[in-house]
Unconditional design. Structure first.
Length: 97
């Protein structure tokens, strides 16, 4: 019985530990192919369609998209892929450059 409870406790701890390290992150992407006033709307809509994305702000002038997302539910590659699939390749901007 003690072994069973120990194993159950270990499993529960591991499951909650992964969510404890997860959190809200912000990333900025450089977005290619934005040439008209409709483009930011399409980029924003495609990125917001990714499960775990909380907010997207797109700048037509800077050709960027800043995304707030839950890193337990998605990752930058999935967000960039959604934008690329809509016709707008996106690449993370290196911070501090």
């Amino acid at each position: 019985m003690n072994k069973y409870l120990s194993a159950l406790t270990l499993i529960a701890t591991m499951m909650t530990a992964s969510t404890a390290f997860a959190g809200e992150r912000t990333i900025t992407f450089a977005v290619d192919n934005m040439t008209c006033a409709s483009c930011p709307y399409i980029v924003k809509s495609s990125m917001e369609g990714v499960l775990g994305v909380a907010k997207v702000a797109v700048s037509f002038r800077a050709k960027t998209a800043t995304v707030i997302f839950d890193d337990a539910k998605t990752n930058p590659d999935a967000i960039a892929t959604a934008s690329m699939n809509a016709g707008y390749p996106a690449h993370p901007v290196k911070q501090g450059s």
